[in-house]
Design a protein around this ligand. Sequence first.
Ligand code: MD5
Ligand code: FE
Length: 205
Amino acid sequence: VELAPGAWHVPDWLSLDEQRELVAAARSWAAPPAGMRHTVMPSGGVMSVRSVCLGLHWEPYHYSEFLPDGTPVKPFPALLGALARRAVVEVYGSVPSDPYDIGLVNHYDAGASMGLHRDADEESPAPVVSLSIGDRCVFRFGNTETRTRPWTDVELYSGDLIVFGGPSRLAYHGVPRIRPSTGDPATGLASGRLNITIRAMGRRT
Ligand code: MD5
Ligand code: FE
């Protein structure tokens, strides 16, 4: 389903086995050092999701090889690169312009949400690939001009793929709410929603 030019939603893209593999991997990615944490914004606000970065660490609003406490970011897993390339080839029918090298794993508990924002700290125009596991959520897909309406709310289920390329790469988006206790424990995720987002840094010019 094309949500907007270049933005695609592919329901039920991951098999249950792949979801289980990613949940198990995420458990090791989430462990310290350089594990899952709440990001603190420059305003002093604390994001309600917990996140762990792989390959490059994101801190508002730039990337680094180190966390603020000086620990090195975990390496980018080959598994995520392979999934992202496969997604782009299936959806767009062409290989991505840059190698995928940034993984971001977000965990939303029952009350967590993410406000409307753009992912604009990467240099590459390569599509962003995003996977959902666990509880369902409302994903809000906005426009490229303003943080306000018009937007479209899409229900994302465990196993769904969304990709954002071309004119939608810099669209505003967010997750206003999750639907608690709607996930299948067979994924290995006991509660909440896991989002795995894969991006390419690209070459700075
Ligand atoms: C999520 N996470 O479901 C979303 C999935 C984040 C984030 O937004 O930054 O961690 S990524 C959705 C996305 C990425 C890039 C572009 C667009 C959406 N878009 O143009 O709508 O937890
Ligand atoms: Fe985002």
